[in-house]
Ligand binder design. Structure first.
Ligand SMILES: [Zn+2]
Ligand SMILES: [Zn+2]
Length: 70
C-alpha cells in the first residue's frame, strides 16, 4: 500500500535521496526511517512534481522528455 494515497504500492522511495556519496551507507539505504513505500504516481510526484510521467527509481526524464539514468 502506498503510504500517501493507499493505492497499491510500487516503489520504495528514499526520503534522503540516494547519491553516489551515500549509496553504500546502510543508515541511508536500509534505514526504515528513510524509506517510504509509494505508488508510481506519488513517487513521480515526489521526484518530478507531477503524476504524469512513469519512471522507475534511478530513471528520469531529461529536458527533451527522453528517459535517462539519474
Ligand atoms: Zn500513492
Ligand atoms: Zn524515490
Amino acid at each position: 500500500m502506498c503510504e500517501r494515497c493507499g493505492a497499491p504500492g510500487d516503489i520504495v522511495h528514499h526520503k534522503e535521496y540516494i547519491t553516489p556519496g551515500n549509496i553504500h551507507d546502510p543508515n541511508i539505504t536500509l534505514n526504515h526511517e528513510n524509506l517510504e513505500y509509494l505508488c508510481q504516481t506519488c513517487h513521480n510526484r515526489e521526484h518530478h512534481g507531477s503524476g504524469e510521467d512513469t519512471v522507475r527509481e534511478g530513471l528520469a526524464f531529461n529536458g527533451d522528455g527522453e528517459l535517462v539514468r539519474e
